[in-house]
Design a binder for this molecule. Structure first.
Ligand SMILES: C[S@@+](CC[C@H](N)C(=O)[O-])C[C@H]1O[C@@H](n2cnc3c(N)ncnc32)[C@H](O)[C@@H]1O
Length: 218
């Protein structure tokens, strides 16, 4: 886990410092998509691109993007989906998602909700995506919770509750990082009787990120 990996911990600390250091909104380009990012919001990284690349969205799908950050995955899904709901605990992320929905002219079908993991009201989706914070490490505020998830509480809540929000036969696209222990996440899938498949991976030279397709037993 990252707290035991000083190189990854330093990279995460630097990423957080950059998020905090921004004083105004700025733009980033990823996979041919230019997005706005507000200060204190996680800018898209190669793990964000990985999920956006592997997820299969069909016309008419309803999609939930948990921990949406800048909304990069949610906006990508909105190009095809009938309806996308994006959640995040960070108010600045919600503002960023709404700005990007308007920027890409998908605000009619992309809704951003400030909430802890799932929408507060019962809703079901064909596809659920989640590029989560990977590291079991204390987090002082929502900015640090972009990368640190004490006790893996958020990802445990996600796997514990995702079945209530997924239509029968629905699919989950989720990432995990090698430094956070692939065996940990695969054991968590097993606990929830989930079938999983590694779809692809990407490396930034320090860390490997794996994209999973997860389905739940009927
Ligand atoms: C690694 S970032 C990924 C952001 C975006 N999905 C992407 O791929 O670029 C993780 C995101 O999850 C959000 N997050 C962390 N814990 C959360 C929780 N309990 N409920 C909702 N969002 C959460 C963070 O605020 C952050 O935006």
């Amino acid at each position: 886990m990252s707290k035991n990996n000083p190189v990854v911990f330093q990279l995460q600390t630097d990423y957080i410092a950059k998020m905090r250091g921004r004083k105004e909104r700025y733009t980033v380009s990823h996979a041919g998509c230019e997005d706005e990012v507000l200060p204190n919001v996680f800018p898209p990284y190669i793990d964000s691109e990985l999920i956006a690349r592997v997820m299969h969205i069909e016309k008419g799908d309803e999609v939930l993007d948990v921990g949406s950050g800048s909304g990069f995955i949610a906006v990508t899904a909105s190009a095809t989906a009938r309806r996308v709901v994006a959640t995040d605990i960070n108010s600045a992320a919600i503002e960023t998602i709404r700005a990007n929905a308007a920027r890409h002219h998908v605000e009619d079908r992309l809704t951003a909700l400030k909430t802890d993991v799932f929408p507060e009201h019962k809703d079901v989706f064909d596809v659920i995506t989640f590029n989560p914070p990977f590291s079991d490490h204390a987090a002082a505020d929502v900015v640090e919770r972009s990368v640190w998830d004490p006790g893996h509480a958020t990802v445990r809540t996600f796997m514990g509750g995702v079945g209530d929000f997924l239509k029968p036969g629905g699919r989950i696209y989720m990432s995990w990082a090698g430094f956070a222990d692939l065996q940990f996440i695969e054991a968590l899938f097993d606990v929830h009787a989930a079938h999983y498949k590694r779809l692809d991976d990407v490396s930034d030279g320090t860390s490997i990120f794996v994209a999973y397709k997860v389905t739940l037993a009927a």
